[in-house]
Write a protein that binds this ligand. Structure first.
Ligand code: ATP
Ligand code: MG
Length: 413
């Protein structure tokens, strides 16, 4: 067993939110051991705001639950307790150890309880196996995580091939951490990721979706997208999207900007951007809107069917993607009709966002993208005038077009 290093003065307990400290002290006061562990310690040491705080203890889930008024035992894979304080939920899990028993049940080894000295083996990366003792303010480091943090290295605990085949989700976690934090994936781990990439398609759809949400909706989607491309993981995750997809890259950049501006972001929008090119190609997309709705739906279905082999695509997501695509011709055409109805359409905003991204790549009319941008900034009265003007220009254009067609058709004398 590696000898843990104990280091003081790297982290002050004051940086742990009071509610989390209360959970730890409640456990300690009741005679249990409790530490703060995982991503939150890693993030605090890297001066990044942790998403959540995880507590680990020798108390069993039911014992934890009995100490708090708002606590729920959850989890099928792992049993753990969610302790709720106001709007924050803190995960409290029990120390685990690897089971020596050769069990016929693949996952049973994950739920055998142990002590702090066992728990660290089951964690994925050295930087995620740092335990913080709030009383002594010591960091307990079993696997050189502190050194890896200062050297900017993402390193597996144990043999990377073995750890990735135990749980292929670690492939995506590695990419995610290397995208959001100043860390390089160490060469041995990189090699194992390349070799075992295809295993990510065996992940349970809900788990994969959860991981992709964290990867793409937390402000470092662009980096993640580029890394996934280099590691040839994009073609596994989004089979019909292609690995060189400028619109997808723009959508990732846009997603990061939105996160930075605290605007909502969804995986469904990214799926619409990722597969747009394919939709256009298969459907012979035409900005004048000649693709029938039924054909659009059929093409969209065929694309989403291949996506479904890897990722869960709910009916809600499917509707979102299909409607966002179908609205493109209506927004892009030179003479839009039923403008008020379009503005009120519940998919208008997403379709407009996609149009703007396409226009910024020269792939859709920037004149129309600008027209819709301006329209949304107007008050109701100004909008009515702009819509009337659009109708007049359209009629004039239509008349001119008709005249030139007639002129061409008139035989010269
Ligand atoms: P973040 O919260 O930023 O996503 P995190 O590392 O805290 O990152 P969590 O999913 O919150 O990720 O997990 C908390 C801790 O549990 C991790 O730091 C790691 O020690 C352990 N862990 C999570 N998932 C795995 C896994 N698939 N394999 C091994 N250990 C894991
Ligand atoms: Mg976490």
């Amino acid at each position: 067993m590696p000898r843990p290093q104990r280091r003081k003065n790297l982290l002050s307990a004051a940086r742990i939110p009071p509610d989390v400290r209360t959970i730890v002290t409640t456990l300690l006061d009741n005679g249990y051991d409790a530490k703060i562990v995982g991503g939150c310690i890693r993030d605090l040491l890297l001066d990044t705001q942790p998403k959540d705080f995880d507590v680990v203890t020798d108390a069993k889930p039911n014992e934890v639950k009995s100490l708090f008024s708002h606590a729920f035992v959850i989890g099928r894979r792992f049993k753990l307790v969610h302790v709720q304080n106001r709007n924050e939920i803190t995960e409290v899990s029990t120390y685990r150890r690897r089971s020596n028993r050769k069990s016929s049940h693949r996952k049973s080894h994950l739920n055998v309880y142990g002590s702090l000295n066992d728990d660290h083996y089951l964690r994925d990366f050295s930087i995620n196996a740092l335990y913080f003792d709030i009383e002594s303010e010591e960091i307990i480091d079993y696997w050189g995580g502190l050194k890896d943090i200062s050297n900017g290295q993402l390193r597996c605990i144990g043999d990377p091939s073995k750890r990735l085949s135990e749980d292929p989700c670690r492939i995506l976690r590695a990419v995610r951490f290397a995208s959001k934090l100043p860390l390089e994936i160490e060469p041995k781990l990189l090699k194992a990721i390349r070799k075992q990439a295809s295993a990510i398609s065996n992940l349970k759809p809900a788990r994969l979706e959860n991981e992709l949400q964290k990867m793409f909706l937390s402000g470092s989607a662009t980096n993640a997208y580029i890394k996934l491309g280099r590691l040839r993981l994009l073609e596994i995750l989004f089979p019909s999207s292609g690995s060189q997809n400028p619109l997808a890259l723009s959508a990732m950049q846009n997603s990061d900007e939105r996160v930075a501006n605290k605007k909502p972001v969804t995986l469904a929008f990214l799926l619409a951007a990722l597969h747009w090119e394919q939709f256009k190609t298969l459907g012979n997309y035409d900005s004048t809107g000649r693709m029938s709705i039924s054909k659009s739906v059929a093409v969209a279905e065929s694309i989403l069917r291949s996506q479904r082999e890897v990722l869960r695509v709910t009916k809600q997501v499917r509707d979102f993607v299909v409607e966002t695509w179908i609205l493109q011709t209506r927004l892009e055409r030179d003479r839009p009709t039923r403008i008020r109805e379009l503005l009120a359409h519940n998919r208008f905003r997403a379709a407009y966002d996609l149009l703007v991204l396409r226009a910024s790549l020269g792939e859709a009319s920037s004149r129309m993208a600008q027209w819709w941008t301006d329209l949304q900034k107007m008050d109701l009265e100004e909008q009515t005038i702009a819509i009337e003007n659009m109708k007049l220009t359209s009629r004039r254009k239509h008349r001119k077009h008709k005249q030139s067609v007639e002129l061409l058709a008139t035989p010269s004398t």
